[in-house]
Design a protein around this ligand. Structure first.
Ligand code: GAL
Length: 636
């Protein structure tokens, strides 16, 4: 596989006279891909039905003339102002019932049929016009579904669509909807919440106290499905006119919809990687930790998403937007240390990325993102990142082809589980994503390459599988995980709920061949951890485990925390870093996987043919005989 670079470009932001020079400089810098168009609706259709494609024709042909390949974005994340006069009720409402108004972006409700029809129309026109254009080599649908908290909408359109969705989920014998089945599934007898008809069911906001978790869970499933069908509307149209692959650009730690399901309708998964913004904005960690990585980003957060999107893209994935300098949206927005843009780019390639595109070509002097760096400064002079992009380009010339190899360990990440944790955290600071990420981090500290798996995935070939916090584990998959050759570590809170958000009986986790029962669950204050024998502690979320399985880890008070049979284990608590590493070391040793505890800022990843070492620290760091220079990528 050839690895390539690209950038995100907005020809509509710049005078027509600059396009030619921009394209020439992009090609000179070694870029292959240019993503355009995703926010340009007001220039493509300035007033309803007045289509203006000439400028886009020109932009594409200029880029093409310089050998660049275009990723054409559909502009549906930015409906123009006139759209609101045409469809005043297309705006999403927040959970307090307030409109998410015009004046930025993503101001639409996924359920609004009128807006969907407008999207279908503009996407059809773009696909008809550019579907066979030789320079349009890929497509992007919309832009970052879910960014700015935009999946859940409490509009009338959403309520009506939710009722229709519920009728289909509880179809009854005549497919008209069986309200008794819904009442039973949700447990609506509790607090007299029973419904007589689907029309009576509101969205789960504005209730006096918390709504029924089963109600919220179905609403979240519905909201996720709305994204899937919204995206599919576009991919179906594009495919009628174009054979080019279609991508979507997902955003870091946005979990409100099932990316695997959206990915099933796409050829390529891509994601937008802003390591410094994420460290300040998306990661819970002490200030000392954030200070250490303030200009490098978290050493695992990007890698986690690379591995996640390799799964979402079924092997094919890109970085559609790579941070090139300070961003504008985190609490603090420092510059990356010299060398970090190159490190991030190589890290993506080491995890199997086909392409890395830098956001954006030139810093905009106007509007919301005027403080966001690009490859060029606002005056068109080179900004520091373009030199690092050039360096990667020249390194790619001589680099061996990337290989795809199965990792020895797998980690399950399930979007539905993340929703369940959010609906019922049972204690502050607990969330499904963080639990999976925390497990991932421990495995990476042990020098491992990891594959992330979607629920139901085939685990053949893995020596160890970790399935933390997968709150609903469908019975057939549970059976096959338990029966697989891999050592599977379940828990905490895995298999703890039915699909309807009820506690199952027999009590969880009910794993065949492993005599462990979670007899009670507690959440505890962060300043009251339970120390373990041998080091580390259980914290925040702790289960009481009964049963006769072998006890591997226990608290100093004598409570079992990790219990195992020969090929399966159950972990009954949220562990701190030290205990998590001990748990992972034990599991790997039992599964016959070699591990090495890496220094804190160092990570490695093997792609089958090579091992890449990444030193995120600004000083030389020794790993065994290997001396890793400051902020560096080393291939062995
Ligand atoms: C992304 C978005 C881009 C731009 C960028 C700034 O979330 O897709 O359009 O806003 O952030 O960092």
């Amino acid at each position: 596989m050839k690895r390539t670079l690209g950038t995100c470009y907005y020809p509509e932001h710049w005078p027509r006279e600059t396009w030619e020079d921009d394209a020439r400089r992009m090609a000179e810098a070694g870029l292959t891909w240019v993503r355009i168009g995703e926010f340009a609706w007001s220039r493509l259709e300035p007033t309803p039905g007045d289509y203006q494609f000439d400028w886009l024709d020109d932009a594409i042909s200029i880029l093409g003339k310089h050998g660049l390949r275009v990723v054409l974005g559909t502009p549906t994340a930015t409906p123009p102002r006139w759209m609101l006069d045409k469809h005043p009720d297309m705006i999403a409402l927040d959970e307090h019932g307030r409109p998410r108004g015009f004046g930025s972006r993503r101001h639409y409700c996924f359920s609004h049929e009128g807006y969907r029809a407008e999207c279908a129309k503009i996407v059809t026109l773009l696909a008809e016009r550019y579907g066979k254009n030789p320079h349009v080599a890929a497509w992007q649908t919309d832009n970052e579904y879910g960014c700015h908290d935009t999946i859940l909408s409490y509009s009338d359109a959403a309520r009506d669509a939710f009722q229709t969705w519920l009728r289909a989920r509880y179809p009854g014998t005549n497919n008209a909807g069986d309200i008794a089945a819904l009442n039973a599934a949700w447990g609506n007898v509790f607090w007299s919440m029973e419904y007589g008809d689907f029309d009576e069911i509101a969205l789960p906001n504005l209730t006096v106290t918390e709504p029924n978790p089963a109600h919220v869970m179905d609403y979240r499933r519905f909201a996720s499905d709305q994204v899937v069908t919204f995206n599919r509307l576009q991919t179906d149209i594009i495919r009628q006119h174009s054979g080019a692959p279609i991508a979507h650009n997902y955003m870091g730690k946005i979990t409100e919809f099932d990316h695997y399901k959206v990915g099933d309708d796409l050829e390529i998964a891509s994601w937008d990687s802003y390591p410094l913004g994420f460290l300040e904005d998306r990661i819970t960690a002490p200030d000392t930790y954030k200070r250490t990585y303030a200009q490098q980003g978290d050493p695992d957060f990007q890698a986690f998403h690379h591995d996640l999107y390799r799964a979402v893209g079924k092997g094919r994935w890109w970085i559609m937007e790579q941070q090139p300098g300070p961003v504008n949206w985190a609490p603090y927005n420092p510059s990356p240390l010299p060398g970090m843009v190159r490190l991030w780019t190589w890290e993506a390639f080491a995890h199997g990325a086909e392409a890395v595109c830098y956001f954006r070509w030139r810093q905009a002097p106007f509007a919301q993102e005027q403080m966001h760096a690009g490859l060029l400064r606002p005056d068109s002079a080179d900004a520091p990142a373009i030199h690092e992009a050039r360096e990667v380009f020249s390194e790619l010339e001589n680099a061996p082809e990337a290989q795809a190899a199965q990792a020895p360990v797998a980690l399950v990440f399930d979007y539905e589980a993340d929703w369940m944790w959010r609906i019922q955290p049972q204690g502050q600071g607990l969330d499904g994503f963080d639990l999976a990420f925390h497990t991932y981090r421990a495995l990476r500290r042990l020098g491992l390459s990891i594959d992330i798996l979607r629920p139901g995935a085939d685990v053949r070939g893995y020596k160890a599988v970790f399935a933390p916090g997968v709150m609903h584990l469908p019975e057939d998959w549970k059976q096959s995980l338990c029966a697989s050759d891999a050592l599977t570590v379940f828990g905490p809170r895995t298999a703890a709920r039915t699909a309807d958000f009820a506690i199952p009986t027999p009590l969880p986790p009910a794993l065949p061949g492993l005599d462990v029962t979670v007899s009670r669950v507690e959440t505890i204050r962060p300043d009251m951890p339970r120390p373990l024998h041998g080091g580390g502690a259980a914290q925040l979320y702790v289960e009481e485990l009964d049963g006769t399985a072998e006890v591997i880890l226990s608290t100093q008070e004598g409570a079992s925390i990790l219990m195992a049979s020969d090929s399966n284990a159950y972990l009954g608590g949220w562990l701190d870093d030290e205990a998590m590493i001990r748990m992972a070391e034990w599991a790997c040793a039992r599964a016959g996987i070699e591990t090495v505890l890496l220094p804190k800022g160092v990570r490695r990843r093997s792609d089958g043919a090579h091992t890449f070492w990444f030193n995120h620290l600004p000083q030389e760091t020794q790993v065994g005989d290997l001396a890793l220079p400051p902020i560096s990528v080393t291939r062995t």
